[in-house]
Design a protein around this ligand. Structure first.
Ligand code: SAJ
Length: 436
């Protein structure tokens, strides 16, 4: 039975995973290259935000075995949870996965298991990670076991999902899968499914690609509906009455560093065979320009016209703005000469890339209120805000304001249900290349 685990990478996945292993009775060594992260953790301070993290960390520090350090040490299992950044051409950069594997080489002993949790392009375990171990003299799958066990947790629900979700365990060979599965059995309550490393890599990427393609379909429906005079939101509701249909929800684009990124890891392996995934990415990437175009129809462009933007995070009720399509919308509105005032109750002003305003300040004298994120705060919009606007018009790209909540006397509400009512005459100068 495995007793000691070394987790390489103490980020959004590696750190919570370390704590869950510690609570399950393992001695856990958390390794991070950042001195700042290591000293913060050893001083009892958490460096990332996640529901329940603070409490669980204090419990682990008091009652279980966890310490953070900059270098690995001998252990039974090594878990690699480092980032796989995306290069400018959208290909995956697996350098951190390789260097983390190299970092454990000096400590490896016969019978150890190396598990990669980082999201990686298909075949990376077989073609990139295994050769690092082989080159060091190990017979992989016989002396050292190697597996890919992709993380599949939703930010905000990490601690529940780490335990409750089904876990895919992809072995370099069946013995490796069995060794890795044994480790996760310590705390996973969901099903543990054993497979090959390549199938596990592909399954993880396809989960997010499934979502990306379906969101693209919903966004395409929204565009077609706006053009030919159909209520896209009603159509989605109607079609989803069918027992085997689940149309997704249109929005201002797809953000976060999973769904907007993972399809590229498949596309890079076979660009000529992935026209659907490629088109889906392009459709979702075109949505900020589409939103700016609709804003221009509401508020025909004149230098200095004010637009209030509510919500810049990549999805509702989180504080994460990475890859958020809202950032691009704000940027493009600014480029088109609008005076943009951003309000987001979940984003700290000092961490925001633009000046932030209160709701009242943002809407003051605005000619359009653009909602880009479905935070709970916006679902119960305070109607008195509208009376501060120069013209009380809302463009709600996340369908979070109930139309019955906004009586005609208070203002006009546009969403993907009635975009076709907007006149086509006045449009802003969105670069043609960005309009799909
Ligand atoms: N979105 C839409 N329409 C929809 C659904 C989502 O426009 O119908 C947008 C959201 O607004 C957001 C983006 O898509 O901008 C992604 O949000 P999300 O909540 O769907 O997913 P993430 O990126 O927070 O987390 C995903 C999860 N994957 C799946 O649900 C298949 C999570 O389980 C993964 O662990 C995570 O990616 C990851 O790390 O890969």
């Amino acid at each position: 039975m495995t007793k000691k685990i070394c987790v390489i990478g103490l980020g959004y996945i590696g750190f919570p995973t370390s704590l869950v292993f510690a609570r399950a009775g393992f001695e856990v060594i958390g390794v991070d290259v950042s001195e700042r992260v290591v000293s913060a953790l050893n001083a009892g301070e958490v460096h990332i935000e996640e529901n329940g993290l603070e409490e669980i960390f204090q419990d682990v520090r008091t009652n279980y075995a966890f310490k953070a350090q900059r270098h690995p040490e001998p252990a039974d299992t090594y878990i690699i949870a480092v980032p796989t950044p995306v290069n400018a051409d959208h290909t995956a950069n697996v350098d951190y996965v390789v260097s983390a594997t190299e970092a454990v080489l000096p400590y490896l002993r016969k019978g150890n298991t190396v598990i990669v949790e980082s999201t990686i392009p298909p075949r990376t375990i077989d073609d990139v990670v295994a050769p690092v171990l082989t080159k060091a003299g190990w017979r992989v799958g016989e002396e050292i076991y190697l597996a890919h066990c992709p993380e599949r947790v939703l930010p905000g629900r990490i601690f529940q999902e780490l335990v409750e979700n089904n876990r895919i365990v992809g072995g370099y060979n069946p013995q490796s899968a069995e060794k890795a599965a044994e480790v996760y059995r310590a705390f996973v309550k969901g099903e543990i499914i054993l497979t090959s490393a390549t199938s596990a890599e592909m399954a993880k990427l396809m989960e997010n690609t499934f979502r990306d393609v379906n969101i693209a379909l919903a966004n395409e429906l929204a565009k077609v509906s706006a053009s030919i005079g159909v209520d896209a939101l009603e159509v989605i509701g109607l079609a989803n009455k069918h027992p085997r249909v689940n149309l997704h929800t249109p929005g201002p684009g797809v953000g976060g560093h999973c769904i907007a990124v993972d399809p590229y890891f498949i596309i890079e392996k076979a660009p000529e065979l992935t026209p659907l995934m490629t088109a889906s990415r392009a459709i979702n990437n075109s949505m900020p320009a589409f939103v700016v175009e609709q804003t221009g129809k509401i508020t025909p462009f004149h230098a200095g016209k004010r637009v209030a933007v509510f919500g810049i995070t990549y999805k509702g009720n989180v504080d994460d703005i990475r890859e958020s399509p809202a950032l691009e919308v704000v940027h493009m509105l600014g480029e088109n000469g609008f005076d943009v005032r951003v309000h987001d109750p979940h984003v700290l002003a000092e961490l925001a890339p633009f000046p932030m305003f209160t709701a009242e300040e943002a809407v003051a004298d605005a000619e359009c209120l653009l909602i880009l994120t479905d935070h709970n705060e916006f679902k119960a919009l305070d109607l008195s805000l509208l009376s501060r606007m120069k013209s009380p018009v809302i463009l709600d790209t996340k369908n979070c304001v109930e139309s019955s909540h906004v009586p005609q006397s208070a203002g006009k509400l546009y969403n993907y249900g009635n975009l076709h009512e907007l006149s086509r005459v006045d449009t802003v100068a969105v670069p043609v290349s960005q309009l799909a």
